[in-house]
Design a protein around this ligand. Structure first.
Ligand SMILES: O=C(CO)[C@H](O)[C@H](O)COP(=O)(O)O
Length: 211
């Protein structure tokens, strides 16, 4: 099980400073969608240059032109690129093909907004993607929702891809997440919003290692 730090509400220098604090406790650093919107793929490039030993995920939430957008993110140094599950199968297939061409880049499919989770997870699992991620976005977190039940649903049907979970995970809820045995746990505000980021990330890593 791996830990991914999601950076969303920072600029490039703030993001780099934040990762410096928790570098030894995380496996993947995510350049979140708001950063990509604000700063472009330069943010991915800057993060990879600053931390060549960390995997960098570009949270592009691709909806069309899968191959082209994976190509561009790969050129900027991304190791993993996100595609939306609600995109056409052709978009997801194009992304998977390009990721392979780019020498082992990975595709994470974000299930945000999917209504029939079980059926779409089975379909996406057959498309050769690397990760299937259940995700409760900010707008549904604000309504009190969490991704924990969705994780169990997807875990039951996914046979080939790794599973990932995101959306409001905190130190206090991590044990419940770990019990469901996802391959990747994605945490944003649960680390970036804490005063002692290093201590929280360290405790998270410990829980994940024990799991
Ligand atoms: O992709 C995202 C929002 O669309 C976030 O990066 C993801 O939800 C993790 O952040 P948090 O733990 O703060 O919810």
């Amino acid at each position: 099980m791996e830990l991914q730090l999601a950076l969303d509400l920072v600029d490039i220098p703030q993001g780099i400073a934040l990762v410096k604090e928790v570098e030894s406790y995380i496996d993947i650093v995510e350049i979140g969608t708001p950063i990509v919107i604000n700063e472009g793929l330069h943010a991915v490039k800057a993060m990879k240059e600053a931390f060549p030993n960390l995997k960098v995920l570009a949270d592009l939430k691709v909806m069309d032109a899968g191959g082209y957008e994976v190509l561009k993110a790969s050129e900027a140094g991304a190791d993993i690129v996100t595609i939306l599950a609600v995109a056409e199968d052709a978009t997801i297939k194009g992304a998977v093909e390009e990721a392979k061409k780019q020498g082992g880049k990975k595709i994470l499919v974000d299930m945000i907004g999917v209504k029939n989770l079980e059926q779409r997870a089975k379909e996406i699992d057959a498309l050769g993607v690397d990760y299937i991620c259940v995700h409760t976005g900010y707008d549904l977190q604000a309504e009190g929702q969490s991704p924990f039940e969705a994780l169990q649903t997807v875990k039951k049907v996914v046979k080939n891809s790794k599973t990932a979970v995101a959306g409001g995970i905190k130190l206090s809820t991590l044990a419940e997440v770990v019990k469901a045995q996802p391959d990747l746990v994605i945490v944003g505000g649960g680390i970036t919003g804490e005063d002692d980021k290093k201590a929280v990330a360290s405790q998270m890593q410990q829980l994940i290692k024990q799991g």
